[in-house]
Design a protein around this ligand. Structure first.
Ligand code: FAD
Length: 338
């Protein structure tokens, strides 16, 4: 049986553990490196009646205040190549981008378009990470998760995860008590580039790119478009791209013939880039107190240095109100506010 040397620290500064670089304090904090640590930490939380918050890379959340419970930092490593035909099981604490690199080296394909998404493997299913026409759900076979209410392990098949656009069952109240400990993906040993996404296709100067070329181009595009959180604190896209009815889209198009859009699986729904709406409303590069909108991308809120979580949240609220007022479209948060 696995043993644990779990240490629980008190009053830990969360600044280094969130990509916004927001100063906030965790009353209790534990680094989880395996199943025994996880069990011991949950026992501790029960004994002391503490709420639990799972933390990966802290790249998709905003601490609006400190956390009075127990933070579990998922630092649980392990990659298990299950066969030679693309099946791989990976533990929750692995860094997502490093894992994508390992798959590329191994010749297991599919994840190239998801390169450079920050954070951990365990968080990837939470919002069904996606970029450049590819989403995690296309590869996920199953995942294992611990139910913090009962202490039981569960195996979820793909369909039970209820994946959607930047969404899954685990992001909803009904699934938040599960801690994902590993995921199993079916990748492909045959290379079929996914260059359906226009910005990617235009940037590649070949119709038949290699996996390395797609990976490199994705990294290049992302580095040129998104502010680096190690230089300017941020959590990537703060809002989801809104889905509107076809009728609403046509009305918008009549007023703004240049409005961009993405197709969806539903003929009656159109996805509009939230960044375009925010740019039209003049938000790009604007500052409110200590919080700001990135100069490079209207969808990315940044901490120029001294912003609190509340400063960022107030700015986000002002932005979404202005979009509702001007376009009649409600923006939904992509980032999880704690
Ligand atoms: C610059 C930048 C670019 C980004 N680009 C993209 C992008 O292109 N596409 C995209 O989809 N996302 C993007 N993101 C968002 C983010 O990278 C992803 O959502 C990522 O999966 C978050 O991982 P994390 O480990 O940092 O999660 P965290 O921020 O630590 O946690 C996010 C949520 O998941 C929960 N959680 C974390 N781990 C577990 C677990 N093991 N079990 C249960 N719950 C858990 C947390 O409690 C929290 O609610 C970007 C972020 C940044 C900063």
């Amino acid at each position: 049986m696995e043993t644990t040397r779990l240490e629980i620290e008190q009053q830990v500064d969360l600044g280094p553990y969130n990509s916004f670089g927001i100063a906030a304090t965790a009353a209790h904090f534990a680094r989880i490196t395996g199943a025994a640590d996880l069990r011991a930490a949950l026992d501790y939380s029960k004994q002391h009646h503490l709420p639990v918050l799972v933390l990966g890379g802290g790249t998709n959340l905003l601490f609006s205040k400190g956390f009075s419970g127990l933070i579990l930092l998922m630092d649980w490593p392990g990659i298990d190549w299950l066969n030679d035909t693309g099946l791989v099981k990976v533990a929750c604490g692995e860094n997502w981008h490093e894992f994508v690199i390992q798959c590329l080296k191994k010749g297991f394909h599919g994840l190239e378009n998801l390169a450079l998404i920050p954070g951990t493997v365990g968080a990837a299913p939470i919002q069904n990470i996606g970029a450049y026409g590819v989403e995690l759900e296309q590869f996920l076979v199953q995942l294992n998760a611990l139910d913090t209410r009962t202490g039981q392990w569960h195996c979820f098949e793909n369909s039970a995860c209820e994946f959607g656009y930047r969404d899954s069952m685990f992001k909803q109240p009904r699934g938040r008590h599960f801690i994902i400990t590993d995921i199993t993906l079916q990748l492909s040993t045959e290379w079929r580039p996914n260059v359906g996404y226009r910005a990617l296709r235009d940037a590649l100067d070949t119709d038949n790119p290699t996996p390395q070329q797609v990976f490199d181009m994705i990294c290049l595009i992302r580095r040129s478009k998104l502010p680096d959180p190690t230089i300017e604190g941020n959590a990537g896209s703060f809002f989801k791209n809104p889905l509107v009815s076809l009728q609403k889209f046509q009305a918008l198009q009549a007023e703004h013939p240049d409005v961009p859009s993405f197709d969806t699986d539903d003929n009656e729904l159109v996805k509009i880039p939230a960044a375009w709406l925010l740019e039209q409303a003049g938000w790009k590069g604007r500052q409110r107190g200590s919080a700001a909108v990135s100069e490079a991308h209207a969808l990315v809120l940044v901490n120029p240095g001294q912003a609190s979580g509340e400063d960022i949240l107030l700015l986000a609220q002002e932005m979404s109100s202005s979009i509702l007022q001007r376009f009649g479209i409600a923006l939904e948060l992509e980032v999880q506010v704690i």
